[in-house]
Design a binder for this molecule. Sequence first.
Ligand code: PMP
Length: 389
Amino acid sequence: MSLLDKFQQVAEQRAQLGDADPSKVVIEKIISPTEAQIAGRHTILAGTNNYLGLTFDPECIAAGQLALAESGTGTTGSRMANGNYAGHLALEQELADYYGYPHAMVFSTGYSANLGTMLALLGPDDAVLLDADAHASLYDGAAMSPASVYRFKHNDPDSLDKRLSRLKDKASQSLVVIEGIYSVIGDRAPLKEFIEVKDKHGALLLVDEAHSLGVLGATGRGLVEETDTLDQVDFVVGTFSKSLASTGGFCVSRHEELSLFRFASRPYVFTASPCPSVIATTRQALKHLRAHPELITKLWHNAERLYGSLKASNLAISPELSPVVAVMVDDRVRAAEAWYQLLQDGVYCNLMLPPAAPGGGSLLRFSMSAAHTDDQIDQIVAAVGRLDL
Ligand code: PMP
């Protein structure tokens, strides 16, 4: 047996998909936040996480261009070794100010924000409890930490309560990890109930708002804003790669100790800091989000249009209204074929096959943007209607 033998199975699974393989998709030309040219065809993008449609915002582009010209293409190192750029600190200050918290910490990706926060927090005597549907980066953060790892049932505060009760004294040395809006199905966590449970046991709570920043709450701060729990949640993590249309991630907290995480977080210390242009576009996107809450209203209008139409067509879809809408498909190969048919029909969505989709099934994932037009949404719905699901 060689280490490479296991790839035989991967090759067989890929071969089964034939051309219905998302890894073969080439975006030849990106036309707008909602349109691209793929295989020579004009295609509606219905599987981005471009919730506010800011990837082509002229002010964000101009901010990035100016930073490129003034500060160069890259930082070439970590902030701990090579120093902070003023933009890194300014973005952290702006994020802290947005949330009304004392501190914010910026990471190079959303993935490393999750690893970095969890690895700073968790020691060998601690426990981490993850929602079963938590994102891979949260599972990876738990697995890389020396803490004991437990899972509780998705969106089930009673299941969390039972797990914490079994930990007895150790419950107060525990981190509970959930998401605001879940990335694949688009359902949201019962945050207030989770807060009650974690408080009862003296545990701390981390909420990943990757898919709810810019989506929930009157000013877009996510589920913590929508549920008015900013002063009860312990850590909010998020990414710049969705609503803020760039790359990078962050952690904000009401706890003063966050300012010390920099010295204890390997995914922060041992990787290059974000490029000046990325920081500049992110700062501009955050400013834009704060100045234009009407984008959130437009996003929800679009979400209602897509969700309402797909629900009316009796498909097996996500349980609640959200800009992320999943259409469940029983069979893996059938899901891949449906995904490919949509692509040929000029609609790009995300194909999720086991084990990526919760519950071990397969699904087509659609995500709405404030930049979609009603006509584009109707075209997406019509294309889904032509599938034999
Ligand atoms: N958390 C969640 C819930 C996500 O969905 C993602 C990305 N899909 C991440 C974290 C990682 O973010 P990034 O892609 O910006 O590294």
